[in-house]
Design a binder for this molecule. Sequence first.
Ligand code: FNR
Length: 193
Amino acid sequence: MKLLVFAGSTRSGSFNRRLAREAAAMARAAGAEVTHIELGDFDVPMYNADAEAIATPPDVMKLKQVFHDHPAWIVCTPEYNASYPALLKNLLDWLSSPVRGDPVWSDDFRFSRGKVVGVLSASPGALGGLRSQSHLIPLLFNLHCWVAPQTYALGRAGDAFDPAGKLVDDRARARVQGVIDQVLHAAARLHTP
Ligand code: FNR
């Protein structure tokens, strides 16, 4: 199963990137073919319909294809002001915007329809960014994704990783594994011809 893993943070010391790395390693160990992308590697400007009318940015076109090519995704989201960050909203707005005159990408949700998505979050706070999930999940539904019923919010993320980036608490690892297992199981059932 092809699984796309990404974090909604470009911060160098991002806890969500560390969580994404751990989830990617655990999914690989479970047999998934994992692609881990860094959103900071792509040039995605703030969405602007006037700019889009001239041309959709090349990196948005690349990301549409990458997201489309993976039947399963895991997103690790920070919490900003009890919601998810603008980085993720801007990305998903761009990706869902149809490309005018392009027969492949004229469908808003071609990149996302039917994808199985696991939602993780991490925060230094006690709730682990749980409130970001309650906003991100309806957006994923709007994109016609299937969201795994198990999610996980990693609280006190500043103490959760060892210097090598390993998630130290076995219960936390088991919760992340639970989300991965649901995503891979559902994606295999929904996407096997
Ligand atoms: C935050 N942070 C935060 N944390 C939280 O648990 N609940 C919140 O509502 C917010 N709000 C918030 C707003 C803004 C503008 C910033 C910049 C930060 C703290 C946030 O969880 C923390 O910076 C994380 O470390 C961000 O995730 P990464 O970059 O470590 O993945």
